[in-house]
Design a protein around this ligand. Sequence first.
Ligand SMILES: N[C@@H](CCC(=O)N[C@@H](CS)C(=O)NCC(=O)O)C(=O)O
Length: 252
Amino acid sequence: MTTATLYEFELCPYCQKVRAGLELKGIAYERVQVNPMNKKELPTLPPSAPRKVPVLAIDGEVLWDSTEILGYLDAHFAGPPAFLPAEEAARAKTQEVEAWVDDALTFALPTVIYGTWGEAVKAAQVTARTSNFGFFQNAMVRAGGSVVMHQVSKRILKKRNETDGRAWLSREMDRFEGWLGEQPFVCGAEITLGDVATHGALTCIREFPAFTELMGARPRLAGWYARVAAARTDRRVGPSATPHAPPAAHAS
Ligand SMILES: N[C@@H](CCC(=O)N[C@@H](CS)C(=O)NCC(=O)O)C(=O)O
């Protein structure tokens, strides 16, 4: 049986895309938290590969880039679900949704994770809790991480000509709901790549108040999120799967 190792950061939407893909394909995987400062846990990569996460070691191969990894999983683990539908228009649509995840959603999400000081402090705590830091690095991340992350969020907003992360995310989710329409999944009755990528990326904010706000305001999105979460739970193999139960309380 295939067992994969995913090298990741907990709050990285690209890594969460891959986790969604692995779970939906029923592939058991282990997670290795990579230290963002030196990335020393990463396996040997060819010089052409960026030293970024996600990296997936699977069946003797080392893969990087979330889009490439999902493509590999779909090619080698035929499904169900098949991430790419056979019909051309559906295939183009689901690829468009994945491209939107990579180009827009993954940039909007950090601005609601790190947007306020309270959120940035919480995010630094999540990173410190889940990473392989030594005592001093851990203390540094808790103290300094929130400042850095808050700055990162401000920089993204400026670069994208946005002023309010929540308003931006809301517009992006309007777009997603437009693709979804009244269907169970973006291409109809079956989960495809666009669902995998969007669900994975949104998983990053599930511990944050913005997630509860978003789902509370959008029953159609909440229904879709729950359907994909149920499929991930049903098909997952092994203990590493992402918990999807909404957190009991949201400390900010
Ligand atoms: N296109 C890549 C993007 C990966 C990426 O940007 N990863 C970020 C984390 S969210 C990273 O590793 N950043 C560390 C760095 O740039 O040093 C993918 O889809 O996997």
